[in-house]
Design a binder for this molecule. Structure first.
Ligand SMILES: O=S(=O)(O)O[C@H]1C[C@H](O)[C@@H](O)[C@@H]1CO
Length: 636
């Protein structure tokens, strides 16, 4: 196959093309039981009680700890973390909790607070004095730096007290938190190894807070996870002190603490250089429970407040003043606001919900620009404009008014579907409407049961076959990036021991991060974007090998991406029209057997390799079977 390359770019590559979609998903369902992960030590009695004087209005329950009579030695309780906890020598673990005696007591003594192996040997601990005279809540902060690394991640956070000395005492606890060193050392920050893997992708946008976790409550056995409007994600319940975050029955069968909230999302966007694509709840809950048209105003106001928290002027907007009070006077950059999520589940009511929200938000934020603030701000906080409100029902079905300028399209399919639909956007009209491919992934090899179980074709981890199919689809989106402004694989993260959804871009367990085949594809595309598209001989729509070419005008490099979605090697001859073309170029290649995947048992089965290849005005390239290739050549 000969590929003749044009000398002239057809269009610029949008700077937001490749990014990340995040939502709170994939934790073991049905873990809402409040004592989940807590256990007693040496007869300590623990229970969860509705506290008559709770630590805060948002957190009405306390852990009640009673020391039974007649115990000797340390008595207490422990928490086993998130499927265990990784402890590394010389790292500092910052713990915090609140403690009080519910009734006055003459007791004075010490708590021992620390980290231990589940078999009971202390790794590191600290002594904390407490006294029964005061019945008011006292915050305890501990900083724990072990000198040794335990043999496994089977460890616990613990609190104990001398059983004899404290015999018969009752002590209440609340709001435990324990952090390892975090990404960029941010307080209440991200797990370092996971955030580092996310940063390596050089993502250009971050969609949050969902996905279903914004909108729907799946049918779950826990009555508190109502399928009603109150369990929706609410921005104002996710900011400020952890004491003020009640958490909520999320949409994936477990409790979201909302310890990761709106401000953390926005700071993470800045830490990774990503633009937010922020969704507002748009009046739809599970199973078509939609708010009636005449009942939308409070939710529209909540969306206005959410946006003002992000870009408002602290002098004129209360939500913006809350942002300033949390240490961030300048507005954040906000370009894209999504109205709901997957409203094709309720498109009958989206016909009135979409206009109600978009018209109100356009009215409240004519350009969604941050108003000039009364005080000088660093240049970085200059006014940002945004006119992009993204619709989430099926494209033009039903027809909406006002006509959306942006649509969010989602697709979960088989690897071959993605290869066969590499031209999905080529036939879209060029009429000013642009597209956000907010969720896509090859998740099953069974076209008749896409969302089924692993026994029926569902992928647990992405494979070379699924990732090369996705790459073919991405080559199509890159070619059509005059109308595709953003695309993100979904879901992003999943714990290997507790998830409702596979595959995920990044799998992790207590101590490890597993970068998937699809992760490397996302990273290859996002770190080799180029800034303008260079047309070339089109691949066959019904073929199995796909290519696309971009140019990086800053470095004078041509970037050729090739995905071979089948086992047979594909031989391509590239004919470049440029006067000067380097005779050697760099090849980054991800390749392996169709079913190869990175997993806890085969963590490094697949990884991109880089090598030099012969190039020139005309050169041949052999794309290995099941491979994704990025060739970079100096040309001018
Ligand atoms: O059950 S689905 O609707 O397919 O769930 C999908 C679509 C939804 O937006 C997202 O939260 C989820 C997986 O990423």
């Amino acid at each position: 196959q000969t590929v003749s390359v044009s000398a002239t770019a057809s269009h610029p590559i949008p700077t937001t093309l490749w990014g990340q979609m995040f939502e709170d998903i994939s934790v073991t369902p049905n873990t809402a039981a409040s004592l989940n992960a807590w256990s007693a030590i040496n007869g300590g009695q623990i229970s969860v009680v509705a506290d008559s004087v709770p630590v805060s209005n948002s957190l009405p329950n306390s852990l009640r700890f009673t020391i039974p009579a007649g115990r000797t030695g340390q008595v207490g309780f422990a928490n086993s973390g998130f499927f265990g906890m990784k402890i590394v020598a010389s790292s500092t673990y910052k713990g915090s909790f609140f403690v009080k005696f519910p009734t006055v007591s003459s007791f004075t003594g010490n708590l021992i607070v620390g980290l231990r192996t589940t078999s009971g040997s202390t790794v590191v601990s600290q002594t904390v004095p407490i006294r029964g005279a005061s019945t008011s809540w006292q915050q305890i902060n501990v900083s724990l730096t072990p000198r040794t690394t335990p043999p496994s991640t089977d460890n616990q956070f613990f609190v104990t007290i001398d059983g004899a000395a404290a015999s018969g005492q009752t002590i209440n606890f609340a709001m435990f938190s324990l952090f390892p060193p975090t990404f960029k050392n941010r307080a209440n920050g991200m797990r370092n190894d996971i955030a580092t893997a996310l940063a390596e992708m050089k993502p250009k946008f971050f969609r949050f807070p969902g996905g279903n976790n914004l909108v729907r409550s799946l049918v779950v056995p826990i009555s508190c996870m109502g399928q009603t409007v109150p369990t929706r994600w609410q921005w104002n319940a996710t900011i400020g002190s952890l004491l003020d975050r009640p958490g909520r029955a999320g949409d994936w069968g477990y409790i979201n603490t909302d310890g990761l909230g709106l401000l953390e999302y926005l700071l993470f966007c800045e830490d990774l250089g990503m633009e937010p694509i922020m969704a507002v709840w748009a009046g739809f809950a599970l199973g078509g429970t939609s708010v009636a048209q005449n009942g939308l105003q409070p939710y529209i106001q909540q969306a206005i407040d959410q946006i003002n928290f992000v870009i408002g002027d602290p002098a004129t907007s209360a939500p913006a003043a809350r942002r300033a009070a949390l240490g961030r006077a300048q507005p954040f950059k906000l370009t894209y606001v999504e109205i709901g999520n997957e409203d094709f589940f309720a498109s009958d009511t989206y016909t009135y919900r979409w206009p109600a929200f978009v018209n109100a938000l356009r009215g409240a934020f004519p350009n969604l620009s941050a108003p000039l603030l009364p005080f000088a701000l660093p240049a970085a906080s200059l006014i940002y404009k945004s006119t992009e409100f993204i619709a989430t029902s099926n494209i033009n079905s039903p027809v909406l008014s006002p006509n959306p300028a942006q649509w969010d399209h989602h697709v979960y399919q088989t690897p071959s579907w993605f290869a066969q639909n590499s031209f999905f956007y080529d036939d879209m009209p060029r009429n000013g409407v642009t597209f956000f491919e907010g969720e896509y992934a090859a998740i099953s090899t069974n076209p008749n049961d896409i969302f089924g179980s692993p026994a029926n074709g569902r992928l647990t981890f992405s494979t070379m076959q699924s990732a090369s199919g996705e790459a073919a689809y991405m080559i199509g989106m890159e070619r059509n990036s005059d109308i595709v402004f953003a695309a993100s694989y979904a879901p992003l993260l999943g714990h290997v021991a507790g998830s409702q959804w596979t595959p995920n871009l990044i799998a992790f367990d207590t101590g490890n991060v597993y970068r998937s085949a699809s992760y490397f594809v996302q990273k290859l595309f996002s770190t080799n974007m180029g800034n303008e598209y260079i047309p070339s001989t089109l691949p066959s729509r019904t073929g199995t090998v796909f290519w696309g070419i971009t140019r990086n005008t800053a470095t004078g490099e041509i970037v050729i991406k090739v995905s071979n979605t089948v086992a047979a090697q594909a031989n391509l001859t590239f004919v470049l029209p440029f006067a000067n073309v380097a005779t050697s170029g760099s090849l980054q290649v991800l390749t392996g057997a169709a079913t190869a995947s990175n997993s806890p048992t085969t963590p490094s089965a697949l990884a991109p390799a880089t090598r030099t290849i012969t190039t020139g005005k005309t050169f041949t390239f052999a794309a290995a079977g099941f491979s994704v290739n990025v060739i970079t050549i100096k040309a001018s």
